[in-house]
Every structure is written in structure tokens, then in C-alpha cells.
Design a protein around this ligand. Sequence first.
Ligand SMILES: [Zn+2]
Ligand SMILES: [Zn+2]
Length: 147
Amino acid sequence: MPPTYLSGACLCKNITYRVVLHTPESYPDLIICHCTNCKRYTGAGFSTNIIVPSSDFQYTKGLPKLYLDIGNKEGQVLREFCPDCGTPFTSQSKSDMQMVAVKSGTLDDEHRIKCTKLAAEIYHHRKDGWVTSIGTEDVQKINGSMG
Ligand SMILES: [Zn+2]
Ligand SMILES: [Zn+2]
């Protein structure tokens, strides 16, 4: 049987969560955000998210810390992260609390690899120049051994 939910955790695994899948195998699309605040929040060139109904998202162990990000021109954003290891879990616009953006890198491996469709890049005008060279021939491909 395929899972009826997606599960995820932070790096230290003190906090875990799950996302209900109403239809088995209906894995959510990915949305990349290139905004300046997502770069800082994730420490990366962009954030990768699945957007799901807030009512389908729940923490199953531990509770994250909430940071109210007021530095957005388009309104305040709630950002949840693990206070112990710093992993970012979610961002949520205060003007649309019906939906939550879950950072897809926190999904457990077996669920993350099922989310394969990139549907949109938002804040595209903030995209860093190097991003388009991902996967191109001139970039060295080196396999790691950490996980
Ligand atoms: Zn943690
Ligand atoms: Zn963003």
C-alpha cells in the first residue's frame, strides 16, 4: 500500500511532521522560491517547497520555533524552524493561512523522491545567475558519502 501521508523531520530529528495525502500517489508539485528572504532563511540559493493545505499539515513530535518575518513588501510571513538544529520547516503568508509551504528538503527520503514535478519558480526576478548552470556539462559532478 502506498503511504496516505508524507513524513518529514529536521536534521536532529527532535521534530517530525506529516502531510496527509487524500489520494494515494497524489504527490504535490514543487515550487521554488528565489526571494531574498528565502535565500537567508534556508541559507541556500532558493527554497524548495510543497504547498499544501494547512489543515493537512501537522507536527507529530516536538514543536518548532516561530519567526515572524516582517521584512516582506507583500506582507508578513510566518516561518517555523527547529530551535535545536536550525532546520527550516515551513513558511506561510499571514494573508493566506489556508495554505502552508513545507520545505521539501525536510521530507523523509522515500517521500521526497516521489515529489518529482517542478511546477513553478516564484520571485523569478531574484534568481541567482549561477542557478541555470546546475546540471550543465561544465559543472563537476561529485558523489558524496554522507547520506
Ligand atoms: Zn532539529
Ligand atoms: Zn521566498
